[in-house]
Every structure is written in C-alpha cells, then in structure tokens.
Design a binder for this molecule. Structure first.
Ligand SMILES: [Zn+2]
Ligand SMILES: [Zn+2]
Length: 498
C-alpha cells in the first residue's frame, strides 16, 4: 500500500512538474502584428528516404537519374528481343518487373499501408517561435498517406506554432497537394486557428493528367506534346521569340510521327503494364487519390481497384472524395462565414501535360487552370475564347481577361480568385511572394477589387520577375511574331563582338 502511495505521489509530482514546465514554455500572447505563416507544401516537396535516420539512408522515390539509367540498361536486351519477335506481352512483363523494383520502396499494400516501413520524409522542419515579416515555416509530410492523417499532422503543427509564437491564429500558404491537405484540415478541425488561407495552384479540385492515368487513358496528341515541351521556351527577347517560332514550325513535323510511334507502342503494352504495375504501384497509394477529379472518381476507382481486395483503401479515399472534395465550395463558404480570409491564386498560359483527352487545357504546366480556379471557363492552350465572346455570368463586374482567354465569372468564387499569366506551377518569383504576403498581412478579406496593383488578371514579367496587371500592352507574353530587323541587328552586334 505504501509503495502504491509512493508511486501515486511520484506520478502526481511528475505531472505537476511537467505542467509547470509546459506553462513556462507557454509564451504570453504576442501583439507584434505579424501573423505566423505556415507553408503547406505540395506533392514530393520533401524527399522520401528508406532506412530513414540511419547510416544506410537512401532516396526511396524511384525517380532518381541513377535508378532510371540502371533500369534502361536492363531493358536494352528485351527491347532488341521485342524488335525481332514482336512479342509485346513479354516485353511488357519485363518492363513492369523493372518498374516494380524501381518504385517498391514508396509503394503500398492493398490496404494503402507502406510496403517498406522504414520509409519516411528526409527531414521535418519543426514549428518555430520566429515569425518576423515574410517568414514562413514549412510543413512537410509523407504525401503517400491518407490525407486525413496528413491533416492531423498539420493540426499538430498549427497548435505547436500557436504555442511557440503566442499567436492564437496562423496564416496558411497552401500549394498544390497542400491545398487538398488544407481542405481536409478545415473540414476536420474547423476555423478557429486560421486567419487566412491562400491557395497557390491548389490541387483541391484534382489534376486532369492524373485523372487520365487513373481511368486508363494514355492517349498522346502530337500538338499537346509539342506545346508542353515549348512551355520551357519562355520570354520575349528577340532571340527567344525567334527560337520559339522556329521550334513551332519544325516540331509539329517531328512530333507527329514520333507520337504516333510511341502511341502505338503504349497501346500494345498498356493492358499488361496496368495489371502488372501501375494499378498496384500508384493506385494503392492513398495520397495520390486526391488528384483524381470529382466527376471521374467512381470510374477511376472501378478501373484501378478491386472492391473486395482494396476495401480498406477505398474506405479511406472515399472519405476524402465525399466529405471534402465534393464539398469544397461549402467548406470554403463555411470558413469565410466563420471569419477565415480566403484567396485563390490560379496560373495559366502554359500547356497541360500531354496525356489524355483534355491535354489541350490551359494550365500552369501541371494543374489545369479550370481546376486551380474552381471552374473558370478557359480557352484551349494557345487559343482565345473567340471574337465576340460574352462573359457567361453577368454579375455587374468584368471577369473576362484582357487576352480573352479566361472567363472567371464561372469560378466558384470569382471575387477572390486571381489569375497569373505565364506563371509556372509553384515556380514562385519575388513578385509572387510579395503578392501573397500582401494578402496575408492586410487585415480582413481582400477581393480582386481591393488593390489597383492586384486586379483579377496579372502577368508574370519574365525579365523583372514582378507581377503586373495584365493589359492589352503586355498580354502577348509568349509572342511568335519574330522581329526580323531586330534579329538581324542582334546578329550583326554579335558578329562584331566576336
Ligand atoms: Zn507575434
Ligand atoms: Zn463579380
């Protein structure tokens, strides 16, 4: 009995001690005026490593160049064999075996649990007490997890940030997949701890390319491939415009036969490759399912998974799709009604990943503009909405972009959705960050009408890296009209220098 009492007392003492230590660490409320900013990072922002934290740690996600080179080497012989025998199935099985090896460490079992339990993120940035202006701390996570598990980690991160900084609310910069995580967080933990959410190229509405992959549509289009590669010929210098024009003229000739060849090849191996590796390697990863667009979700589930075998996994991914993704507009509305300031930033002017039937979409080179903006009407890449186009919904404002490419009136939230032309997916510039921090540090809910310098349509000036209002003067940001006189002058100058 005495012993029991002693144990009891020691537990009480230990508990009260820890409470007082905890209380000491608790900072007094901070009134510095700089809200702590948490960057909710995107897919694969932080590397996954196997044997995490040990001497034998190595990169686990099989997209390292060395691993791919090794794989290609192993496939040279089977490829020769294929040329002579025409046995596509045999090659497809061999290829699948190699791909399975390459991605084993990051793969999951049929229930969505990791096959290699030693895999974890390479490093975790702990919440910080520092929150001076324009500083952000980055929330990193294992993107393979069920998004609700990631949201729970984000909740811990936010609570710890509040405790360390003495602020009762934080601001979230949510990029790409981080947008889906943030939506799951808001749905589960409510709005009390969040003052502002800025969605940066958010994946909260899915990605067309991933949707195509998950419904088995691997079709390639030569023009889309050409446009996609052309994404990287950016800028309007005399030389660049010339290169771009040259590229556009020559590449269509080159891509058509090549794409036809690759398309035929894919068509011959895709059934085996899906069954042998794509379904189990990627379909079994819960986190990836946030990228499947709402309207194709059931079709993708049927194509990729088995109702019985994947029962547990389906339970997880259904929860996100039906509780969060399908209710995203309600969640955002509810958040705003509860005092959260919301901003959605969507990029356009880049060609989409050239996979599947929507590969002509307007994009930021990864996520389609119609998805990052929650429903903008967009002209196909390289085109306009057409002469005489009239804004679909007349709400008394102009929501049509000066270049006649975007009609923002059909967005779920047209007054809080901004568009940046020629801004790549998450390739932030100083100008972009300045804009985001202006949204964060200005008190209250801003709209596209709040600032003269930040109207609904902006463009990324590729020379100065500043954001500018999009106007008739600067809207032709990827010109193909070669200025031959300027080009000749440039060549003469260069020849003289040489
Ligand atoms: Zn403070
Ligand atoms: Zn309006």
């Amino acid at each position: 009995m005495k012993k029991l009492l002693a144990v009891f007392l020691s537990v009480v003492i230990a508990f009260s001690l820890s409470v007082s230590i905890f209380a000491q660490a608790e900072k007094e409320e901070c009134d510095c005026g700089n809200i702590p900013v948490i960057f909710v990072s995107g897919f694969a922002y932080t590397e996954l490593v196997a044997n995490a934290g040990t001497e034998d740690e190595y990169g686990a996600f099989g997209v390292e160049s060395e691993a791919i080179t090794d794989m290609v080497k192993k496939l040279i012989l089977p490829l020769f064999e294929l040329v002579f025998t025409g046995n596509y199935d045999k090659f497809a099985h061999k290829l699948s075996a190699e791909v399975n090896d390459l991605f084993y460490d990051t793969s999951c079992d049929e229930n969505g649990n990791p096959n290699n339990p030693t895999v974890d993120i390479e490093f975790f940035e702990y919440p910080s007490q520092y929150h001076f202006r324009n500083r952000k701390s980055t929330f990193r996570y294992d993107w393979r997890k069920d998004v609700f598990d990631i949201a729970a980690e984000l909740n811990d991160y936010i609570e710890e940030t509040k405790r360390l900084t003495g602020h009762s609310k934080v601001a979230l910069r949510a990029e790409s997949m981080g947008g889906a995580v943030t939506m799951a967080y808001l749905h589960t933990y409510g709005y009390d701890s969040v003052e502002t959410v800025v969605m940066q190229s958010s994946a909260f509405d899915g990605i067309e390319m991933m949707t195509s992959l998950f419904v088995g549509d691997l079709s390639l289009n030569a023009k889309s491939v050409m446009n996609y590669v052309g994404n990287f010929l950016e800028g309007n210098s005399t030389e660049m415009v010339f290169y771009r024009a040259l590229y556009n003229t020559l590449s269509i000739l080159a891509y058509t036969p090549v794409v036809k060849l690759i398309g035929g090849f894919i068509g011959n191996i895709e059934d085996v490759v899906y069954e042998d590796c794509i379904k189990s390697l990627f379909g079994y990863i819960p986190g990836i399912w946030v990228f499947v667009a709402e309207d194709a979700y059931e079709e993708a589930k049927e194509f990729m998974l088995d109702e019985e075998v994947n029962k547990e996994l389906i339970k997880k991914i259904d929860r996100y799709h039906y509780e969060v993704m399908n209710r995203k507009e309600d969640i955002i509305e509810d958040a705003m009604a509860n005092g959260v300031n919301f901003a959605i930033i969507s990029n356009y002017g880049k060609a989409a990943v050239p996979l599947g039937e929507e590969s002509s979409n307007q994009s930021d080179f990864l996520i389609d503009t119609k998805h990052t903006s929650l429903g903008a009407t967009c002209a196909p890449y390289g085109e306009t909405l057409g002469e005489g186009y009239v804004q679909k919904i007349d709400d008394g404002h102009n929501h049509l972009s000066p270049d006649n490419v975007i009609d923002a009136s059909t967005c779920a939230f047209p007054e809080i959705t901004w568009f940046i032309k020629d801004m790549m997916h998450t390739w932030y510039t100083d100008g972009y960050n300045e804009f985001v921090y202006t949204l964060i540090y200005t008190p209250g809910q801003e709209t596209i009408h709040t600032y003269d310098e930040y109207p609904q349509f902006l463009c990324n000036n590729q020379e100065t890296e500043a954001l500018e209002p999009l106007t008739a003067e600067n809207m032709n940001t990827q010109s193909t009209d070669v200025d031959y006189i300027a080009l000749i002058k440039l060549l003469i100058t260069k020849a003289e220098e040489a």
